[in-house]
Design a protein around this ligand. Structure first.
Ligand code: ADP
Ligand code: ZN
Length: 291
């Protein structure tokens, strides 16, 4: 059975055809321009491919409330051409298949929960550290949505005493996205993040902020495992630094077998960058089961 998958990002769209085992049979990527240019290209790609459903993991904020008039819309995004845009409705009216819809990070979390590092666990979180910071929460086989969807990339942190950088978030001077996203690293250190690989101070400070966020997520959500993905996490030296800072910040208070085995508690994504698009396949499959 063929399922369409669309990972809708602020700079590019990844389009794929997969099957119920999460296998990706074909995949292309196109730039995110305006909806008038990009959405017809998306429809052309999926048309005549015999897909039974489509899953979309989108940049946001998005409206996921099925009782809302604007369900399936991208809402108040700073990418103005896409603000208040009915992405699900406009694609559905042309393709006429069930469409599963969620945030991009929830898509990745679902991919890891179905086929990757969170498989078989009662709960877990997926954190992306890339252009932004986002957190997807998996719980009892589903995703946590709440009133909107979690926006845990904007939790507020204590600044490092030696860090006088103002952050890149227009809303918060000290949120995790503002202090630890890829653009934050690059603005603070005036170089591309990958060019800073050998500068230990960069990654110690990065781990200090990511660990604070993670300690808060552990205290609030008590996840059974934490998976980290996104471009910045290509810097694998971050993992041991984050693990030891998390243990030190928790200071023995959360005393579980998982925290004692921190190397298998805080782990990289298992799906090698495909967690997002594979999660979109799963979103499509779930929608097909629901109708
Ligand atoms: P997005 O978040 O847009 O989906 P990515 O997860 O690839 O995309 O994140 C892009 C960000 O990740 C860029 O801002 C860049 O700073 C950072 N990044 C990409 N590759 C690396 C790398 N090898 N090392 C460190 N940072 C990287
Ligand atoms: Zn913020």
């Amino acid at each position: 059975m063929l399922i369409g998958a669309l990972e809708a990002g602020g700079t590019k769209m990844v389009l794929a055809i997969g099957n119920e085992n999460g296998e990706i049979l074909e995949q292309v990527s196109i730039p995110t321009e305006t909806p008038e240019i990009t959405v017809p290209r998306i429809i052309d790609y999926f048309k005549n491919k015999n897909i039974k459903a489509l899953g979309i993991g989108s940049f946001g904020p998005v409206d996921l409330d099925r009782n809302s008039k604007t369900y399936g819309y991208i809402t108040s995004t700073p990418k103005l051409a896409w603000a208040n845009y009915d992405i699900v409705g406009n694609i559905k009216k042309e393709l006429n298949v069930p469409i599963g819809f969620d945030t991009d990070v929830n898509g990745s979390a679902l991919g890891e929960a179905t086929w990757g590092s969170l498989k078989g666990l009662e709960s877990g979180i997926y954190i992306t550290v890339g252009t932004g910071v986002g957190v997807g929460v998996c719980i009892n086989g589903g995703l946590l949505h709440g009133m909107l969807h979690p926006e845990a990339g904007h939790v507020l942190l204590s600044k490092h005493p030696e860090d006088d950088f103002d952050g890149v978030c227009p809303y918060h001077p000290n949120c995790i996205e503002g202090l630890a996203s890829g653009p934050a690293i690059e603005k603070r250190w005036h170089k591309k993040a990958y060019e800073l690989a050998d500068n230990d101070k960069v990654w110690e400070l990065e781990a200090f902020y990511l660990a604070q966020g993670i300690a808060n997520y552990i205290l609030c959500l008590s996840p059974h495992r934490i998976v980290l993905g996104g471009g910045v996490m290509h810097q694998e030296q971050l993992f041991p630094l984050i693990r030891s800072q998390v243990v030190s910040m928790l200071n023995g208070y959360v005393d579980t077998p998982q925290i004692k085995d921190i190397d298998s508690y805080i782990v990289p994504a298992a799906l090698n960058g495909d967690q997002g698009i594979m999660g979109c396949i799963k979103l499509g499959l779930l929608e097909l089961e629901a109708v």
